[in-house]
Design a protein around this ligand. Structure first.
Ligand code: FES
Length: 105
């Protein structure tokens, strides 16, 4: 079942919005022309990722400043390789909207 999250025309580089998917908070964001949906939970100490700084294809958590690659999901800098990666959810495009495909029960 397709669950729409945003209209394509509403997105732009730097866009961030918290959305609920399968009962969990997720962050929908656009960086460097790509749209991502990640769990809204930093792998470091579980702070929300919403309103982190987007620079190129990285998202820097505002809690302690660790940057995560939106390409690999991994932490960058001194903690690279020692933290879990961001958890991505696949996006689905349908007409002028994007969202997620949740299996029907
Ligand atoms: S909780 Fe995100 S950097 Fe610490």
């Amino acid at each position: 079942m397709f669950i729409p999250l945003a209209k394509l025309t509403d997105l732009y580089d730097g866009f961030q919005q918290a959305v609920m998917v399968a009962g969990k908070s997720h962050l929908l964001l656009q960086a460097d022309g790509q749209v991502y949906l990640v769990e809204n939970r930093c792998p470091h100490m579980d702070a929300p990722l919403l309103h982190g700084a987007i620079v190129g294809s990285t998202l820097r958590c505002k809690a302690h400043g660790i940057a995560f690659s939106l390409i690999t999901g991994g932490a960058e800098g001194p903690l690279a390789g020692s933290l879990d990666c961001l958890v991505f959810v696949d996006l689905v495009y349908e007409g002028d909207r994007l969202g997620v495909d949740i299996p029907s029960r």
